[in-house]
Ligand binder design. Sequence first.
Ligand code: SF4
Length: 236
Amino acid sequence: MIGRIHSFETFGTVDGPGIRFVVFLQGCNFRCIYCHNPDTWPLSAGSEFSAEETAAMAARYKLYFTASGGGITVSGGEPLLQAKFVTELFRLCRDEGIHTCLDTNGSACCSEELDELMKYTNLVLLDIKHTDPGIHKKITGAANDTVLSFAKYLNDIGKPFHIRSVIVPGLNDTPSYITALKNFCSQFSSLEKIELLPFHKIGEYKWKELGLPYSLGDVTPPSNEKMEELNGILNG
Ligand code: SF4
């Protein structure tokens, strides 16, 4: 089984618990206006690796995973565009006793392929860009009904998951959004954590290199005070 891979990160600490080997897959079906990896969008780019090669690379770091409670995370791009590859990779990793984590935009829900992948997935990081369909479309270019259904699907099958949401000033840095997100999440018993991530402009240069118009050039990342305020509402 061959996958198209954008890049690897060997000591990731922000995409799941502990120290993680992070695989960024090529291809995404969203066009988020703050994406810091727009070079992952074309499915045909990147380099080919087999699931066996990739699992063997991850296995080199098993000592670190064991010591830190870490493992492998597959991110993107959108990994579910290559669901069969991820399934095989996670199956091999689980055979090695490696914890597996999927970071997804939740745009591909409820299929036999997904059920099969979930058998080998320990944890899902589900990115929710917005609970409001109109604002979600403005951020991603796509509808959010499948994303919200994905959270319900994970809960229905009892899969541990985290929800992550990027906070962008002027788009979703409001108490009303955080309250809506909190209310939406309150129905889930297998949801372990909600994370608000501050928007940043680390990938802006990539948009320029690719000749893509970047619409957030004048937007300043949210202040620590703003993030504290929103986290206070979330956890209040
Ligand atoms: S889902 Fe992720 S990779 Fe895809 S466009 Fe959005 S931020 Fe970028």
